[in-house]
Design a protein around this ligand. Structure first.
Ligand SMILES: [Zn+2]
Ligand SMILES: [Zn+2]
Length: 265
């Protein structure tokens, strides 16, 4: 089984189309997306959020590859995520009081359109927290509490190592491979948080009987593979070429190897 994966597009439809071109003619069984597809949080207008989201899904659907995705909760896509959870929130009667009647009606309409967009997807499925789905002969979930050695974990950001078959994440904006942990980095990094915009990478995962083989495609030629001499226990990083140190050198709090010893389950 051959599986494509990427994370963190941040609403850049052109880069998504570039990705579509790059994989043209290849044969893939699935595509996995680890969140931050849009930059919804940075857009003030919900109509534009909806338009961007539908544009992005149009391109992804055109690939005709079955795919699972998660939202970048609670970061970039919290607008979409909150919108989709609107009714749930209303049930316990709190937060929604801040909206005017008119505003609430508007939110419900956008929520409805967002829901119908998501349910109209032919190839794609939002991997909700309570779901365990099929992925070829394996399973896939976005809930760390539901993983086992035959299940892929696809989340935007969990950071604690699990015993999943492979644990796939995004959010931190650099790639990292350590055993069964794989951070996909970004397909496109935008200029928020003072960063320079950068085209990133995508991944091809081959599921073999012996485990998962991981291939990396540096789409923009802006990244490098890096093993840190000071942090060999952190595995392999995939970072922008101009970084002189690894992400843990820059920020020791990003160490993930320590979490292996934590008994989470
Ligand atoms: Zn991101
Ligand atoms: Zn380091």
């Amino acid at each position: 089984m051959r599986v494509l994966a990427f994370s963190d597009l941040h609403g850049n439809v052109d880069v998504l189309k570039m990705f579509a071109k790059r994989i043209e003619g290849g044969s893939f069984d699935y595509l996995l997306i680890a969140g931050d597809l849009t930059n919804a949080d940075l857009i003030g207008d919900l109509e534009i959020v909806l338009k961007q989201t539908s544009e992005i899904f149009q391109v992804i659907e055109s690939l005709e590859i079955p795919y699972y995705f998660v939202w970048g909760i609670p970061f970039r896509e919290s607008i979409i995520a909150n919108l989709l959870m609107l009714e749930k929130e209303a049930g316990n009667g709190s937060r929604l009081k801040v909206y005017s009647r008119k505003g609430f009606k508007y939110l419900l309409r956008i929520k409805g359109e967002m829901e119908s967009l998501i349910s109209s997807l032919k190839y794609g499925k939002w991997l909700r927290q309570d779901m365990v789905e099929k992925l070829g002969k394996c399973k896939i979930t976005s809930n760390p509490a539901l993983v086992d050695g035959k299940t892929v974990l696809l989340t935007h950001y969990y950071r604690k190592l699990t015993n999943a078959l492979i644990q796939i994440e995004g959010h931190v904006h650099y790639g990292q491979r350590l055993g069964n942990y794989l951070n996909l980095g970004f397909l496109y990094r935008d200029d928020s948080h003072g960063a320079d915009p950068l085209i990133g990478c995508f991944w091809v995962l081959k599921f073999e009987k012996t485990g998962v083989d991981v291939d990396w495609v540096d789409m923009g030629g802006n990244l490098k593979v890096y093993r840190c001499p000071r942090h060999p226990e952190e595995g392999v990083f995939y970072i922008p070429v101009n970084w002189r140190k690894c992400p843990v050198c820059y920020n020791p709090g990003r160490n993930i190897s320590v979490s292996r010893s934590m008994n989470m389950y």
